[in-house]
Design a protein around this ligand. Structure first.
Ligand code: NAD
Length: 496
């Protein structure tokens, strides 16, 4: 019988309801069917999370929650190989990437939240206007967080969407992408094994058009934590405005890698390739624009070609394969049409990798370099979300900064130079939430990340990422020492 991936509500998997087929982008094989949840199911999941929030928050502390998070890290660590297999089969990312990057990175992030002592929950204050009085400022949980995740790094995204809110005292209803629910489901099941109470994290499967919409339309959630494309983020924010819900939005990008002639070019070539071709360019922070000092451009591109020629295409489930699949057919069609439009408008395909060893019936797009482009064209300004690098020469520092900041996005950037004064000067002019100097894609759980401009609102990771899931409560401890009885109340009430 075909496997059905259902919802996890109140600790039980439910597989009833409408089904959507789930195929692997590796070779097109059928993985199983996922449930497409309706409004009634979504509301039931929210209600269960509300009940769990009320019970659990009152009876837990930061340290008891951190203990459970630590246990979860141990369980996931033991099953790391299973997680890596599921992740690669579901997304088409290479098994090497899942095994050595996505899964261990996610585990280290779970551990960070289990161990960080940065989140204190409350601080004491005095009130200068009322001598002798004290107060407490609390970072109280929001309540029930509706977490919505994309398909490109499903396990890491599930960790980011579930663990920081739970640490801050919330409960969660998570909706993974209907293309890639497998590792998020495994995580929620393993939370039960770790000892988290049933219902604290519920998972509903389904498309954005149906399940996602029902989740954000509900007036029974307290916050929406969304990661996905900028156009969907805009719809989410519009809906949140109607119900006055807090939102955090982690959206798309069009990140630049700026390479100066004085950079360590051998290191920079590797960093630029890693920046765009990791995960076949399907990362929000993918450095899809190379902004390169004109005097070294030709030499640099030739070096890139040599490395790209040596990368192995093939079945992503084999450890020797370097090039990941494209996770969805829709995404591949989008990339195809953007490249066709660019070439029709005079853009030049400078390089396109042969992909003949990739499995039949899988979804693949060759690593591609495009040159002869100008800012203002769609391919230069819009997120491609595929293994396509566009190249722009520059002659001055000012021109490099202008090109780098010249899109509506502002997620990340890379600067490659041996002159660290220049790097620092430029980094502080770049409109982006993360700037790497002489590296790319190095994520740390301690470092907040998120977007400037249309790349988002709010931060994930670090103390800022935990605080995102809180709201501030001030508790004022009054006493007679405030003098209020004699002075302020006397404004209204005459003393007797
Ligand atoms: P998407 O916007 O299509 O979907 C994201 C999620 O939202 C999915 O779970 C989807 O089902 C759901 N959704 C879609 N329409 C919805 C609606 N109307 N209401 C509620 N939910 C809805 O994005 P995607 O194609 O899954 O992911 C790729 C995008 O995600 C890229 O733009 C990428 O840059 C972005 N991304 C950003 C970050 C970040 O941290 N900034 C990280 C990863 C991915």
């Amino acid at each position: 019988m075909d496997k059905v991936f259902g919802n996890i509500i109140n600790g039980k998997e439910e597989t009833d309801g409408e089904k959507i087929p789930l195929n692997s982008p590796v070779d097109g094989s059928l993985i199983g069917y996922i449930v497409n949840s309706g409004r009634e199911t979504v509301e039931r999941a929210i209600k269960s999370s509300r009940e769990a929030f009320i019970k659990f928050y009152a009876s837990s502390t930061i340290s008891s929650r951190q203990k459970l998070i630590g246990k979860l890290a141990d369980i996931v660590q033991e099953k790391a190989e299973t997680y890596a297999q599921l992740e690669s089969q579901n997304t088409g990312k290479t098994i090497r990437q899942s095994t050595f990057m996505d899964i261990p990175l996610a585990i280290s992030h779970i551990r960070y939240f289990a161990e960080t002592d940065e989140f204190k929950f409350q601080r004491n204050i005095t009130h200068p206007e009322y001598p002798g009085t004290e107060g407490i400022v609390q970072n109280a949980p929001m309540g029930v967080v509706a977490s919505i995740a994309p398909w490109n790094v499903p396990f890491l995204m599930a960790v980011w969407k579930v663990i920081p809110p739970v640490l801050a005292g919330n409960s969660v209803v998570i909706k993974p992408s209907h293309y890639t629910p497998l590792t998020a489901m495994e995580l929620v099941k393993d939370m039960k094994v770790a000892g988290f109470p049933d219902g604290l994290v519920n998972l509903v499967n389904g498309t954005g058009r149906t399940t996602g919409t029902y989740l954000i339309e509900s007036d029974n959630i307290d916050m929406i934590s969304f990661t996905g494309s900028t156009p969907t983020g805009s719809k989410v924010m519009e809906q949140a405005a109607k119900n006055i819900k807090k939102v955090s939005l982690e959206l798309g990008g069009k990140s630049p890698n700026i390479v100066f002639a004085d950079a360590d070019l051998d290191h920079a070539v590797k960093g630029v390739i890693f920046g765009i071709f990791l995960n076949a360019g399907q990362l929000c922070e993918s450095a899809s624009r190379l902004i390169i000092e004109e005097s070294v451009m030709d030499k640099f591109l030739e070096k890139m070609k040599t490395y790209l020629d040596s990368m192995k295409s093939g079945n992503p489930m084999e450890f020797e394969t370097d090039i990941s699949a494209i996770t969805t057919r829709e995404q591949k069609d989008k990339i195809d049409s953007l490249i066709k439009e660019t070439v029709d408008a005079g853009g030049k395909i400078f390089y396109s990798r042969n992909m003949k060893d990739a499995p039949d019936h899988g979804i693949y797009f060759p690593p591609t370099l495009l040159s002869g482009l100008h800012p203002g064209s769609r391919v230069s300004d819009e997120e491609i979300f595929g293994p396509v690098l566009t190249v722009y020469p520059f002659r001055s520092e000012e021109e490099a900064i202008e090109l780098a900041n010249g899109t509506k996005y502002g997620l990340a950037a890379g600067i490659w130079t041996r002159d660290l004064n220049r790097a620092a000067r430029i980094a502080s002019m770049i409109q982006a939430g993360t700037v790497w100097i002489n590296e790319y894609h190095l994520l740390s759980a301690a470092a907040p990340r998120g977007g400037f401009k249309k790349s988002g609102i709010g931060r994930e990771l670090g103390i800022e990422g935990i605080m995102e899931y809180t709201q501030t409560r001030h508790i004022f401890y009054g006493n007679n020492a405030s003098g209020m009885s004699d002075i302020a109340y006397g404004i209204l009430i005459k003393s007797t």
